[in-house]
Design a protein around this ligand. Structure first.
Ligand SMILES: Nc1ncnc2c1ncn2[C@@H]1O[C@H](COP(=O)(O)OP(=O)(O)OP(=O)(O)O)[C@@H](O)[C@H]1O
Length: 269
């Protein structure tokens, strides 16, 4: 390919990395007028949502409210029919593929842990750091001292320092969830999406997870979808209630729990 055609491709936006994240307005995520239809059914209906830099936000809502679809739009898995989605001031999420969005700094943790059971905790983090799931290639490559330091710091953060060499498959359910949060953290996302983090956890694990998520906000934004209201109460500053694909209520947990519209929707379940 000639230099001119490479230049033309670059100027059309091919092969170019997204611009750096710009948080100058203190907003990490803008969703505006987002609608998604499945066979005529509106899973998201003119959804508007703004997440601040460093914020910890909980998203709640009855089954089918559109929570998963919203996460799918943010991560590029589902394309909306209408609306806009921006990561900070400069990154148009709707112009990026799923891997490009991850690369740009949005991490997602699904409900079920998907760690590599036959590898150690450290190796799992190493694989996540490499950003690819080619086990052989990664495990035979040498980590730089700063990469090792980063993994050790994450081990400390997620409370798995003493399990560095434990096979991931033999961790408890809660520990696997923390490992997976760690696997997201080594990639240094600026926005973390976490789906039902405490489902199936013991009360002690739930409490530790609350502390962990609270500690992670600040340096990055954390959006948690969760059904467990006690858990939401223990961590949330601002709660957004989704219903039928749009925002029904937003505010402190007390404000939304006493909102007659919210009470009606939950009683109707
Ligand atoms: N791929 C799809 N095809 C058809 N309908 C879908 C699809 N994905 C989601 N839906 C429908 O869209 C609506 C919103 O679903 P979504 O999973 O986003 O809700 P949710 O709030 O995450 O629910 P839950 O709390 O049960 O996980 C539901 O009625 C669901 O059946």
């Amino acid at each position: 390919m000639s230099m001119t055609s490479i230049g033309r491709l670059l100027s059309r936006g091919h092969y170019s990395a997204p611009p750096p994240l710009d948080l100058s307005h203190n907003i990490v995520l803008y969703l505006e007028g987002i609608s998604v239809s499945f066979d005529g059914f509106k899973a998201l209906n003119n959804l508007n949502l703004y997440i601040e830099a460093g914020e910890l936000r909980c998203i709640i809502g009855p089954n089918g409210a559109g929570k998963t679809t919203m996460m799918d739009v943010i991560t590029g898995k589902t394309r909306p029919d209408t609306g806009s989605a921006w990561f900070g001031q400069t990154i148009d999420l709707l112009a990026l593929s799923e891997p490009e969005i991850a690369q740009a700094g949005i991490g997602r943790k699904f409900q079920k842990p998907t760690v590599f059971p036959n590898h150690t905790v450290f190796e799992n983090l190493e694989l996540a750091l490499a950003g690819e799931r080619s086990v052989w290639k990664v495990l035979f490559a040498k980590l730089s001292p700063s990469q090792i330091a980063r993994i050790d710091q994450v081990l400390e953060t997620v409370g798995l320092k003493d399990h560095r060499s434990t096979q991931a498959g033999s961790l408890s359910h809660g520990q696997k969830q923390w490992l997976e949060i760690g696997m997201m953290l080594v990639q240094e996302p600026k926005l973390m999406l976490v789906d039902e983090p405490v489902a199936g956890m013991t009360p002690q694990e739930t409490e530790k997870t609350a502390e962990l998520l609270v500690s992670l906000a600040g340096e990055r934004s954390v959006v948690v979808v969760e059904h467990d209201m006690d858990f939401v109460r223990s961590i949330a500053r601002t709660v957004t209630v989704l219903h039928e694909g749009s925002v029904l209520a937003e505010g402190s947990i007390d404000k939304v729990q006493n909102d007659p519209k919210v009470v009606e929707v939950y009683l109707g379940e």
